[in-house]
Structures are given as structure tokens and as C-alpha cells.
Design a protein around this ligand. Structure first.
Ligand code: SF4
Length: 489
């Protein structure tokens, strides 16, 4: 799905053992070292797919001798991995490029634009932002080292914009940012044509990785110490095994969760059209599959869903929700919603609000509609004013805030297992995440990062929970080992 959570982040240099691309990987793959210590800065905009693409791009560059740095001032090569899902996201890269001034090529630096805005603008980028000398879409990332080599040997401008590939961007040379949760892309591209979405034009047609290749990567991730795997795809559940095994998506997630050492598995983003009861059955019978499903609805009115070309009605969506609600364990639900799509009437909007109340989501990612290039919505009239879109968004977000508060308050007193992902020194708080993807903070220490703990919820807000550790053996031996490893870093 193109409308997943928007994140922005730059890629810092690796720190300590366990981060970065290992020499063993490098030697095993025989990567040619051409970077010669030249430095690169890579900043990422957009969804988890972009974040993971950046991890792979960084790994590939590091294996070829380029070195990551944490500011563009210190970099020989500046790369922006861009998002064009909403106008605001697309504008961000132009604002970054403004730093360098038109007409200058960043004082001898190479400036490159990757991702969706690069694909969408293509070589027009060179006119619009003359300081840019490289544009490369996600389907051409494997060519990136060659494109950089061409620039370094004197070419002025290079591009990688082909979409006619059947290949996924597969590389073992991944520079992962998180030491405990690993992203793993299983399908790239999208064959849907939702009227508001530019992704099929920027990421190309669907291409699935083989089931065996995915399982092999899971095994490597466990060997590297990862315990949580997050399977990614624009439509993750449209995955089709291209190999003779022909596993279904439900079989795949079950097999991933059975890999020894894998403790949590998430998958995002599912499309309601491809969401089957077998997926719920797999979650029911495999405890490592998290109690969380993200199922974007986008709107609550069947008429609007049809104009959006989503391929399901309100009732059909609700049938999928009923199926999830019948699972043997409580599954947390999240969704994406667009307000103010072309022709959205007050009645349509009220249906979205009533859907929110009916489903009871634990999290909603909501956005104002903005017209994007190369989408069917360009043929409709954008009838909802910006002011009205803002009002509807505020109403929806306030309703959801109240829903979340109520839903979180029910958890007070319960003991939940968390994986600690961070530490706030000022508050002395460990920042953990439950299997239902809620943030649960509790008094802790830096060495707790990467460990699983039972934590009793003591208070709840709309966006996070507070708790205290309780005793219990949640893999104590493994945790002691992890603690020792952490301390030796
Ligand atoms: S076209 Fe539709 S299904 Fe495909 S990425 Fe965009 S929103 Fe998701």
C-alpha cells in the first residue's frame, strides 16, 4: 500500500559490532571495491519499503568501499530516497535540494535522487534541479554502483529509470538500522490502480521473491541475532511464490514464523481484496505471528471506495474484519484513511466515522487527499476545499484519539510481553513494543534493548502505555546472553 506510515530519517554511520555490512558478507559476495573510502549521506523519506530499500542501497555501497556519514556537509555523495505518495512528501526533496542552490553541483559533490519522485520526474529532474546529477527509481537500484562509477569517470548526468524488470532488488549486502527487528521485502511493485495512488507508476509491476529465498534470508537474520522479522510489500498479501513450491501467502507467513529463533513476525501492508481466512488461521496456529493486522480501508462509503477503485465495498471489508475478530486471540487492527477524496460528501465522511466506531481500530493513519501526477483522480474534480479537508481530518483524528484511549485503558493491569527497542536516558525509561504493536514504556536501562520482558500496564494514554516489569521467565537464558553481547559492544 502506498499510504503507510510516513517516516523521515537519515542513515547514520554504523556503530559497533553487529552494525554495518560484515567483511564476511563482502568477501562471500566478492563485491568489487571501487568507493575507495569516498563518503555518502543517504536520507530517506516515506514508508518502511523506502527505509528498507535505503538499508539495501547503503549495504551495497559500503560493500564497494563507500563509507556512510551522518551529514551532507561531510559527504562526497548525497542521496535522497524520496516519497511521492502525497504532495507534501514530494516537496520535501526539493526543499532539501534548495540547500545547494540551483546551478551548482554541490561544490564537487554528487547529488542523487532515488525512489518515487526520481521515477516520477525522470530526467525532467535535471531541468528542475540542475544540481542533481543522478536519478534512479527503485526498480534500478542494483545498477546504482555502475551509475556512480559513470559519474566518477566524468559523465555529467546519469539515470536508471527502467520499470520493465521481473527482478526484485535482492542483495545480502544490507546495512540494517535496527539490531533486533529486520525488514524483509517479499514483493515489490503494485498491479492495482487505486485512483489516488502514484505507486504503480513509480514502483512498477508486482514481482515476488521465491519462498525458499525468503526463508534462507530469515535463517541468516536469525544467525545475525534478529528475533523479529517484518515482511514487507506494497501489497504484501498479493505475494505469489514464483518457485515450483507455490506456497500461498498464508503458508509463507506460517513457515517464516517456524524458523528456529524467530520470535515475532509481522507483515505489512495487506490489501483487503487479498485478505483470506487462511491468513487468520495461520495467525491462530502460530504464536510467533503477531497479534496485529494493518488493513487499509481508505474510506467508509461504498460509493467512494468504488470511485477510489479499491476493489471492495464497505460490507466486503467488514466481512474481512469479522473474520479477524473470530480469531482465537485478540488481534489489534490498524488502518489508513484518506479524507476529502474527490467528491467526498458529508454523508460519505460520516460513513467513514461510523466505520471507525464499528471496527474499533487500535491505530489509524489518516491523511488529507492531495492530487498526484499520473493518477486516475486527475480526471475527477477535487471538490472538497482544503479548509473542509482539514476540518474532516481533525474530526476524524479526535474521534480516533478517544477510541484509542478507551481501548488502551482496558489494558491497565494486564501483563504484556514487550521487545525493548530503545532507551530514554532523561526518563530512565525503556521503550518497548507489544506484539499488538503498542508502545509500552517502563523503568529500565540501556542494556534492556533487544530483550523481551513481561510488563504490567499501569497507565494508558491514546498513543502509548506505561508499565512496570514483573517477574517471569521470558527466555531468561537467551536474554542473559544478549545482555553480555550488548555489554561487549
Ligand atoms: S495502487 Fe492501491 S494497492 Fe497499490 S500501492 Fe497504491 S494504494 Fe496500495
Amino acid at each position: 500500500m502506498g499510504n503507510d506510515l510516513i517516516q523521515i530519517g537519515s542513515m547514520p554511520p554504523p556503530q559497533g559490532a553487529g552494525a554495518g555490512v560484515s567483511a564476511a558478507q563482502d568477501m562471500a559476495l566478492g563485491a568489487e571495491t571501487v568507493g575507495d573510502g569516498r563518503t555518502f549521506y543517504l536520507e530517506t523519506f516515506g514508508c518502511q519499503m523506502n527505509v528498507h530499500d535505503s538499508e539495501k542501497v547503503a549495504g551495497m555501497l559500503m560493500a564497494r568501499g563507500y563509507r556512510p556519514v551522518d551529514s551532507h556537509q561531510n559527504a562526497d555523495i548525497i542521496l535522497y530516497n524520496t516519497c511521492s505518495i502525497r504532495e507534501k512528501a514530494a516537496q520535501k526533496v526539493f526543499s532539501r535540494l534548495g540547500t545547494f542552490g540551483k546551478g551548482r553541483t554541490g561544490e564537487g559533490k554528487i547529488i542523487g535522487v532515488l525512489g518515487c519522485v526520481a521515477q516520477q520526474e525522470g530526467e525532467r529532474f535535471f531541468e528542475r534541479a540542475p544540481q542533481v546529477s543522478l536519478v534512479c527509481g527503485s526498480a534500478s537500484y542494483s545498477k546504482l554502483p555502475d551509475l556512480l562509477a559513470q559519474l566518477e569517470s566524468g559523465e555529467r548526468r546519469v539515470s536508471g529509470l527502467g520499470l520493465d524488470t521481473e527482478d526484485c532488488f535482492e542483495t545480502e549486502l544490507t546495512r540494517r538500522d535496527n539490531r533486533y527487528r529486520a525488514y524483509l521485502t517479499i514483493i515489490e511493485g503494485c498491479d492495482q490502480r487505486c485512483a489516488f495512488c502514484v505507486v504503480p507508476m513509480t514502483r512498477g509491476p508486482e514481482r515476488s521473491r521465491s519462498g525458499a529465498g525468503i526463508l534462507a534470508e530469515c535463517g541468516r537474520l536469525v544467525d545475525e541475532g534478529y528475533t523479529e522479522i517484518q515482511l514487507l510489500g506494497q501489497i504484501v498479501n498479493a505475494w505469489q511464490d514464483p518457485s515450483p513450491t507455490r506456497w500461498s501467502f498464508a503458508e509463507l507467513v506460517a513457515r517464516v514464523s517456524e524458523v528456529a529463533g524467530v520470535r515475532r513476525v509481522r507483515f505489512t501492508t495487506s490489501h483487503p481484496r487479498y485478505f483470506t481466512p487462511e491468513i487468520v488461521q495461520a495467525v491462530d496456529s502460530h504464536p510467533a505471528l503477531c497479534d496485529q493486522i494493518h488493513l487499509p480501508v481508505q474510506a467508509g462509503s461504498t460509493e467512494l471506495l468504488s470511485r477510489m477503485r479499491r476493489g471492495y465495498s464497505r460490507d466486503e471489508y467488514l466481512e474481512k474484519i469479522n473474520c479477524i475478530r473470530k480469531a482465537q486471540r485478540a488481534i489489534s487492527l490498524s488502518t489508513d484513511i484518506i479524507v476529502g477524496f474527490c467528491g467526498e460528501s458529508e454523508k460519505d465522511f460520516e460513513q467513514t466515522l461510523s466505520l471507525l466506531a464499528q471496527v474499533g481500530y487500535d491505530q489509524v493513519f489518516s491523511f488529507k487527499f492531495s492530487l498526484r501526477p499520473d493518477t486516475a483522480a486527475l480526471g475527477f474534480s477535487d471538490t472538497v476545499s482544503e479548509e473542509e479537508k482539514g476540518r474532516r481530518l481533525a474530526v476524524l483524528q479526535e474521534l480516533q484519539r478517544q477510541n484509542q484511549l478507551q481501548r488502551n485503558q482496558v489494558l491497565v493491569g494486564q501483563v504484556l510481553e514487550v521487545l525493548v527497542e530503545g532507551f530514554r536516558p532523561r526518563l530512565g525509561q525503556a521503550v518497548g513494543r507489544t506484539t499488538s504493536n503498542r508502545v509500552l514504556n517502563f523503568p529500565g536501562e540501556p542494556a534492556d534493548i533487544g530483550c523481551y520482558f513481561p510488563v504490567q500496564v499501569t497507565s494508558a494514554g491514546p498513543n502509548s502505555l506505561i508499565g512496570k516489569r514483573v517477574t517471569g521467565d521470558h527466555g531468561a537464558a537467551a536474554q542473559a546472553e544478549r545482555r553480555a553481547a550488548w555489554k561487549s559492544r
